[in-house]
Ligand binder design. Structure first.
Ligand code: ADP
Ligand code: SF4
Length: 715
């Protein structure tokens, strides 16, 4: 298929300092759990984007010195020559695809945890740590510190050149790096040449950029990732931060001579205003601020905003106020986004749903990336998975029956189809594809999550060897009679209907969702069970999005909602997905009462009884209905029936029975989808039920000599 001429503008080259960007797609810096410690993962993960058509691909934030270590969150590092070697691998991989390699230099100051180095956290002025390291304050940087840190940037930029990077970006955003902090009165209360007037507050950032330009400017393009507006309070820093109409715009002009391109963002260390979830922010949500940048610079401008729609992207470039489309999450969900636009294959784009599961893996510290939409994300090196390439299975002559068309079943059927299995029948009791993902997008703000089903619907329609069979509930007998040689059970999980499970520290007396006044999320959202009365309690022992979203859903219907939970706040996992701040404010503005650190012990048609965890006191509230968001149980009866009768399976010609997704263990959609994908990728191994071991990158084997000479490295 040919490219739509309206999108031609996205493929025009652009000069950035001494380099040329071959098109307008730039994978902006984002974390994924490799840093400098896992060079093969780093290189292979980024190379997938390079192959997928991105004109430039960046590392994640890259620390310039040990007093900016963010362990256990994973950053890249350019502290020494070993780091150069490690990241050189990634840069080389970009060049193999004729793509520019970018690195983002970062000194986090009060935002960097410094737990590994044990050095004091640095800040323009003394303040409490903003890194979530409680009981810790920062050191006010003296002039020696300032000069040393600027030298760290210079050395890191020199190492970036050695490693082969084409673009050196300086992180000046999110109130999470020193140049940004120095600029803001809320962090900078100095009375020397680095504090007070705008010029003084901007001095540190300018000197950092000068040092980076001096070290790398001849060979690399210099980019500034600048948070040009730290937004209104409460989501931003209000008057204590910077605004595009004030110091933000002024800073752009002040250092414009030192940069070759601008990479703009908004927000502060509550960075959900930048890496914004779809729950609260639409595509291109930063434009009201970024669009004003052109008034301050003629240099190339990059903007971000969860771009997946090529029409939006092309309109921005054609409009002349932005030159480059930056993307992190859209490139994670679909590393081949630019190529698919170029080839006019728009219906094959696997659009990011804005759930921020990817970000949550970084926020929790340590583990590698996971993406809801792209099961291969993070698996490029260690499992050798390619998002667009599938090998014909060694047992491709077999017919496969997949029972259950939820996220796991759909994904599994697609991958089996792409692996050229003879016939794949995806059978569901329901009339439509999607499983629980049919109702999740009906929760307030989660409309974009429908892309999980929409993308897969398109793929299933295209695969000639995959058929969706709706409105067919299969039992043990009908599976035996079906005629498939491989059976995969993907029957999902359902919310507890009788008690609230382990998390409640015992059952709730009277909790039975057969009763009119007790409901599960499935009943409220999928089955349309009436929620009686006005006073509704939501009891959330799950902690992710369902409880708080159902509370919001019912509050929007005019119910008087009380959200009660044993956790210390509403929907704690959404802190990691960056949804929590706005979600919690939203609950407040809808009049939802949030009662944290309570367990429920009893429910009747007229009231609920709970215990306050701190005091142990029992409290009774009047209530007309209770929605119990407790735990899910696997719907695994069919699987166990089949597995229990090998003789019947053999007689029916069924060679193997597997299960996937929530039917194995209830989990987040990203993991259910991953599980379905994994089984299909390995359907022809000796034992597909057990994942093949994945490759690990480890520190080099230690020589005894090294053990015998411990201690600091010589300078
Ligand atoms: P997952 O997240 O693991 O994909 P879901 O709960 O979203 O699981 O989806 C499970 C799907 O399986 C639902 O659409 C449900 O209708 C379907 N299902 C469950 N049991 C059967 C069955 N016996 N026959 C056909 N479909 C079934
Ligand atoms: Fe997008 Fe969610 Fe994937 Fe992140 S995890 S890239 S937000 S779909």
């Amino acid at each position: 298929m040919a490219r739509d001429p309206r999108h031609d503008v996205l493929f025009e080259p652009l000069k950035i300092g001494p380099k040329t960007l071959k098109n307008r797609f730039f994978q902006s810096a984002h974390c994924m759990g490799a840093g400098s410690e896992k060079p093969a993962f780093q290189a292979r993960f980024r190379a997938m984007k390079a192959e997928g058509g991105w004109g430039a691909v960046s590392t994640e934030y890259c620390s310039v010195s040990p007093d900016s270590d963010d362990f256990d969150r994973v950053s890249a590092r350019l502290w020494d020559d070993d780091d150069v070697q490690s990241l050189a691998c990634m840069a080389e991989a970009m060049h193999a695809h004729d793509v520019l390699a970018a690195v983002e230099l970062w000194h986090g100051g009060a935002f960097a945890k410094s737990l590994e180095s044990r050095e004091p956290q640095l800040a323009p002025s003394q303040m409490a740590s903003i890194a979530g390291v409680y009981g810790t304050g920062t050191k006010t940087m003296d002039l020696d510190d300032i000069n040393r840190v600027i030298a760290n940037y210079r050395d890191a930029a020199r190492r970036a050149v050695e490693a082969g990077f084409d673009i050196v970006t300086v992180h000046i955003t999110h109130a999470a790096s020193l140049p940004h902090m120095f600029l803001m009165p809320i962090f900078n209360r100095r009375d020397d040449q680095y504090g007070g007037s705008f010029e003084n507050r901007a001095r540190f950032g300018r000197e950092v950029l000068e040092a980076v330009r001096e070290a790398a400017g001849d060979q690399c393009a210099i980019s500034a990732r600048f948070g040009l507006d730290t937004l209104d309070s409460p989501q931003g820093l209000g008057d204590g931060g910077i605004r595009i109409d004030g110091d933000g715009g002024r800073f752009i002009e002040h250092v414009d001579d030192l940069v070759d391109m601008w990479d703009f963002t908004v927000g502060s260390y509550d960075w959900g205003e930048d890496a914004a979830p779809s729950r609260t922010h639409p595509e291109n949500h930063e434009w009201p601020w970024v669009s004003k940048a052109r008034d301050h610079t003629d240099k190339p401008v990059m903007t971000v905003g969860r771009f997946t729609n090529p029409d939006t992207m092309a309109a921005l470039i054609s409009g002349g106020r932005a030159d480059i489309i930056g993307a992190a999450r859209p490139s994670i969900a679909d590393p081949f986004l630019p190529k698919k636009i170029e080839e006019g294959r728009l219906d094959d784009i696997r659009e990011c749903i804005g759930c921020n599961m990817c970000i949550s893996r970084w926020e929790v510290g340590g583990p590698q990336i996971a993406c809801t939409q792209n099961a291969t994300s993070g698996e490029e090196f260690r499992r050798g998975w390619h998002p667009e390439r599938f090998e014909r299975a060694a047992n491709a002559d077999k017919d496969v029956l997949v029972v259950g068309a939820g996220p796991a079943g759909m994904e599994c059927a697609i991958v089996l189809g792409k692996r050229e299995m003879n016939r794949v029948h995806l059978v569901d009791a329901s009339a439509e594809l999607g499983g629980h993902m049919k109702w999740v997008p009906k929760l307030p703000g989660l409309g974009e999550w429908a892309r999980v089903v929409n993308y897969r619907q398109v793929q299933i329609d295209k695969l000639r060897n995959v058929d969706f069979i709706p409105k067919t509930r299969l039992d043990y007998r009908s599976v035996l009679d079906y005629g498939a040689e491989i059976v995969i059970v993907a029957t999902g999980a359902s919310w507890f209907t009788d008690d609230a499970g382990y998390a409640t520290v015992g059952p709730i007396d009277g909790a039975d969702a057969e009763l009119p006044h007790v409901l599960t999320p499935d009943q409220v959202m999928a089955e349309g069970k009436d929620v009686p009365g006005d006073r509704v309690f939501i009891y959330d022992c799950d902690g992710y999005f369902v409880g708080a979203s159902v509370a919001e859903h019912l509050a929007r219907q005019g119910k008087q909602v009380t959200y009660i939970t044993p956790f210390d706040g509403a929907a704690p996992y959404t802190e990691f997905t960056l949804e929590a701040p706005r979600l919690r404010r939203q609950l407040g503005s809808l009049g939802v009462s949030v009662l944290s650190e309570y367990v429920l012990t009893q429910v009747s048609p007229d009231d609920v009884v709970g215990t306050e965890l701190a005091s142990g006191e029992s409290v009774t509230w009047e209530s007309d209905a209770l929605v119990v968001v407790s735990e899910r149980r696997t719907n695994d009866a069919l699987y166990h029936e089949l597995k229990a009768d090998p003789a019947a399976l053999e007689k029916a010609g069924i060679e193997a029975v597997y299960r996937i997704g929530d039917c194995v263990a209830p989990r987040v959609p990203a993991d259910a989808i991953f599980d379905g994908h994994r089984l299909a990728r390995e359907i022809d191994t000796d034992n597909p039920a057990v994942p093949l071991p994945f490759k690990r990158e480890r520190a080099p084997v230690v020589e005894l000599e090294m053990v015998l000479s411990p201690g600091a490295m010589s300078a």
